[in-house]
Design a protein around this ligand. Structure first.
Ligand code: E4P
Length: 217
């Protein structure tokens, strides 16, 4: 299973890369806007830090404009993946971009049928948004399990990026559901390190070590 970091913040990306635990990055217009930097420059810097795929989203709504924007973004670095919204125009853009050798991540997927259409159009990745479904009282994990199960049955090739992850239990559940990738906010990634028994274990080992050293003096 791959872990992506869901952020456009360079410090967070640098830290997660240094930990050696992330395989790629996803961004979206909200995350980029938070950084207050020029999008293309920021994307270039992110790509310098990350060895794997980096998703960058188009803002346009027409197919022609999406393709134009996508070509500009894709020219920044070979690992750029274009995030395209789950609309008829978006899927038409996926087809055009696939023919040009540009990979797409279809975003804002909230149903199995949307996932199926994205896969049929040739999306390299598709992103069901768990947390936002949970917020409305629907099961985000249930959707990921449904997509992964049926995709396996028909050997559909798009990789599922479980997105809008809100807590570490989501990570466990989407792993169980068979998602190839989970994209995590930095806070959730940091929480994954933690266990009280690990902290307690370190504390005890250090205390025993220093007691033994005192006695040996
Ligand atoms: C995914 O690619 C999106 O950037 C992200 O996961 C959205 O998460 P949110 O619902 O917490 O905004």
């Amino acid at each position: 299973m791959k872990l992506f970091l869901d952020t456009a913040n360079l410090k967070e990306i640098e830290q997660a890369v240094a930990w050696g635990v992330i395989d790629g990055v996803t961004t979206n217009p909200t995350l980029v806007a938070k950084e207050g930097k020029d999008f293309k420059q920021l994307l270039a810097e992110i790509c310098r830090l990350v060895p794997g795929p980096v998703s960058a989203e188009v803002i346009a709504t027409s197919t022609v404009e999406m393709v134009r924007e996508a070509e500009e973004l894709a020219s920044i670095a070979p690992q750029v993946v274009i995030k395209v919204p789950m609309t008829p125009n978006g899927l038409q853009a996926v087809v055009a971009l696939r023919e040009k050798g540009i990979r797409c991540n279809v975003t804002l997927v909230f149903s199995f049928n949307q996932a199926l259409l994205a896969a049929k159009a040739g999306a390299a990745y598709l992103s069901p948004f768990l947390g936002r479904l949970d917020d409305l009282g629907y099961s985000g994990v249930g959707l990921v399990a449904e997509i992964c199960g049926i995709f396996r049955q028909y050997a559909l090739k798009s990789e599922v990026i479980a997105a809008s992850i809100r807590h570490p239990l989501h990570v466990v559940e989407v792993a169980r559901a068979g998602a190839q990738i989970a994209t995590l906010p930095f806070g959730v990634l940091s929480q994954m390190f933690k266990h009280p028994l690990t902290d307690l274990g370190i504390e005890r080992f250090l205390a025993d070590w220093s007691r033994a050293n005192q006695n040996n003096k």
